[in-house]
Write a protein that binds this ligand. Structure first.
Ligand SMILES: [Zn+2]
Length: 225
């Protein structure tokens, strides 16, 4: 095979350079090269930057995953008087990789905005497979997770990544969720009866059988203490 067929020719012609069918001026080629190198470097940096463990409060800040800030036009939440537990309910999620968790949460935010037409991700917190908690919508704003405006009022929404009709809730998740619930209950003065599953508020199988089994057990233990 002739050499010319293997390697595209990049040759001078008039005031520019020609590569295959593309004939551009010299400065256009330089600009194109700069853009490609910059884009490549940005991609490399973003896929290789570590996501740090949770901060001193034990929670991953929103900045660890979100591609945009909170939306300030959302209704303010002045107090928290109940907590509702959800699961994602889509395909099971098994990853312990924090970058995968960050991408998954950003995916929920995009789904809530683009498909459901909400201002932002509907939940206030997210629990991953390591039992770690991630901040989602700021607690300064009413959530969009329970079903109606009235149900969302003063209602802290936490979602567990994955589908708990199809996968078990692991022991790290149980521990992380119990710690988080007790922290929120103490901080906001929420009673155990006001911690509920989504299915207790409306007709839905959210948050799945594995979470429901754990919840019955947790409530019993909590009340016995
Ligand atoms: Zn739900």
């Amino acid at each position: 095979m002739p050499r010319a067929a293997l390697f595209p020719r990049f040759r001078r012609r008039g005031r520019g350079w020609r590569l295959g069918p593309w004939r551009l001026r010299t400065w256009t080629w330089i600009l194109l090269a700069v853009v490609l190198v910059t884009a490549g470097a940005m991609q490399w940096t973003s896929s290789n930057s570590p996501i740090h463990p949770p901060d001193s409060s034990g929670i991953h800040p929103r900045s660890a995953w979100a591609k945009s800030s909170n939306v300030d036009t959302m209704a303010r939440m002045w107090s928290v008087d109940r907590i509702t537990i959800h699961h994602e309910g889509s395909v099971p999620f098994e990853s312990n990789d924090r970058r995968a968790v960050a991408r998954r949460i950003e995916g929920i935010r995009r789904h809530h905005r683009q498909e459901l037409g909400w201002a932002d991700i509907g939940y206030h917190y997210v629990l991953d497979r390591l039992g770690e908690v991630w901040e989602a919508r700021s607690l300064e704003h009413q959530g969009a997770h329970a079903g109606t405006l009235a149900l969302n009022e003063g209602n802290l929404g936490v979602v567990i990544l994955g589908n708990y009709n199809d996968q078990p809730l692991n022991s790290s998740q149980k521990e992380g969720l119990e710690d988080a619930l007790e922290t929120w209950m103490n901080r906001f003065g929420v009673e155990v009866d006001d911690v509920q599953l989504h299915g207790d508020l409306k007709q839905t199988d959210c948050p799945g059988t594995a979470v429901r089994d754990w919840f019955v057990d947790w409530q019993t233990r909590y009340e016995a203490d």
